[in-house]
Design a protein around this ligand. Structure first.
Ligand SMILES: Nc1ncnc2c1ncn2[C@@H]1O[C@H](COP(=O)(O)OP(=O)(O)O)[C@@H](O)[C@H]1O
Ligand SMILES: [Mg+2]
Length: 300
C-alpha cells in the first residue's frame, strides 16, 4: 500500500461513528495503484524478456477467465511480467501490495463520511472487478486468511463479489482477472495459502533467468555494456551458490540491475556491488566477508 493509500485507510476506517472527530471534509487521496485501460494502451510497452511459454499461457488463462498465481523468488520479474501482460492485453492494472494488516475492507471498500453524509467508496478489488481490470495482489501470503477469502467468489466460475455492507453483488466485468504472486522460499511457519485458496489458481513458476537472458536484462535495464552485464551475472551465480552456506536471500535480478545502474553512473564496479548487492543481502559477518571476496575476485 502506497503512502497515499495508507493515509486514506487511516482517515477512513470502518465505522463512521468512530471517526466523528476526523476531518470528514478532507479530500480523499486518489488510489495511486490504478492505471486505467486508456493509460495502459497509451503507455510504452514495458520491457519484458520472456523465459519460455509464460506469455502464451497467461493469455490463455485470460481468455478462459482463469485466475493466475505466480510463484518465484523476490526480484525475478513477476511484477514486470504482470505489467507487460496488462499492456499486451490492453487491460487496466490494479496492484495491491499485501501485508498482514490488510483487511477485507481495504480490498472491498468502506463507507466514508463526506460533506453530504456517508458515501460508499469502492476498494481496489471492487473497482478492478467493475472495470474489468487485471487485479494483481503482490505477496498474497502476507495477507490474513480472512482477507484472502474475499477473493474466493471472484476466482471461480461465479466471478462475483458480494459486498456485505451495501448488499450489492458486483459481477466482474469480462476482462477482470485475478493475479496473485508469492515467494515460496520465505520461511513462514504458519503462513501459507490454504489449499482451498491455492486450488483456485493456475500456477506459473518463475525462477531467475538463465545467464544469457539475465545478462540481456541487466544490460538493457542497467544501461551497462554487455561484458559488464555478463560479469555481474557471473558474480550473481557464485553468490547464489552461497545459499547452501546459509545465505537466506540470494541476489535477485533486481539487485543486479541496481548495481549496473550505479556502474553506469560512474561508480566503481566493486563499490557498486558492495553497496547494491552484498550489503542488502546479509548482516552476518562471515557471509559478508565471503561475498566481498567473491566481488573482489570478479572485478580486479
Ligand atoms: N524477464 C524480465 N524482463 C525484463 N526485466 C526483468 C525481467 N526479470 C527481471 N527484470 C528486472 O528485474 C527487476 C525486478 O523485477 P520485478 O518484476 O520487480 O520482480 P518481482 O516482482 O519478482 O519481485 C525489474 O524491475 C526489471 O528491471
Ligand atoms: Mg514484485
Amino acid at each position: 500500500m502506497g503512502a497515499a493509500e495508507a493515509g486514506r485507510a487511516g482517515l477512513l476506517a470502518d465505522g463512521v461513528a468512530a471517526h466523528a472527530g476526523t476531518d470528514a471534509n478532507a479530500p480523499v487521496a486518489a488510489d495511486p495503484g490504478t492505471r486505467d485501460a486508456a493509460d495502459v494502451a497509451r503507455g510504452d510497452e514495458p520491457y519484458y524478456l520472456p523465459a519460455g511459454g509464460e506469455v502464451a499461457l497467461f493469455e490463455q488463462c485470460h481468455a478462459r477467465q482463469l485466475a493466475v498465481m505466480i510463484k518465484g523468488p523476490t526480484g525475478c520479474g513477476k511484477t514486470r511480467f504482470v505489467e507487460y501482460m496488462a499492456w499486451r492485453l490492453r487491460r487496466p492494472l490494479v496492484t495491491i501490495s499485501c501485508h498482514d494488516e490488510l483487511s477485507a475492507s481495504d480490498l472491498v471498500g468502506r463507507f466514508l463520511l463526506g460533506p453530504d453524509g456517508t458515501v460508499w467508496q469502492d476498494g481496489p478489488l471492487t473497482r478492478a472487478a467493475r472495470q474489468g481490470a487485471l487485479c494483481y495482489l503482490d505477496e498474497v501470503v502476507e495477507a490474513r486468511q480472512d482477507t484472502v477469502v474475499v477473493l474466493h467468489p471472484l476466482s471461480d466460475h461465479r466471478r462475483i463479489l458480494p459486498i456485505d455492507k451495501t448488499g450489492e453483488t458486483v459481477v466482474a466485468a469480462p476482462g477482470f482477472q485475478l493475479v496473485v504472486s508469492y515467494n515460496p522460499g520465505y520461511q513462514r511457519m504458519l503462513k501459507d495459502l490454504k489449499p482451498s485458496t491455492r486450488q483456485r489458481f493456475v500456477a506459473l513458476d518463475f525462477t531467475f533467468p538463465p545467464p544469457e537472458r539475465e545478462s540481456a536484462i541487466v544490460e538493457r535495464e542497467g544501461g551497462v555494456a554487455h561484458s559488464q552485464a555478463r560479469a555481474l551475472v557471473a558474480l550473481a551465480q557464485r553468490l547464489r551458490g552461497l545459499h547452501d552456506r546459509g545465505l537466506a536471500e540470494v541476489p535477485s535480478t533486481r539487485l543486479l540491475v541496481a548495481a549496473a545502474r550505479l556502474i553506469a553512473s560512474g561508480i566503481a564496479p566493486q563499490q557498486a556491488c558492495h553497496a547494491a548487492i552484498v550489503a542488502p543481502l546479509s548482516d552476518e559477518p562471515v557471509l559478508l566477508a565471503a561475498m566481498r571476496d567473491l566481488v573482489d575476485a570478479s572485478f580486479v
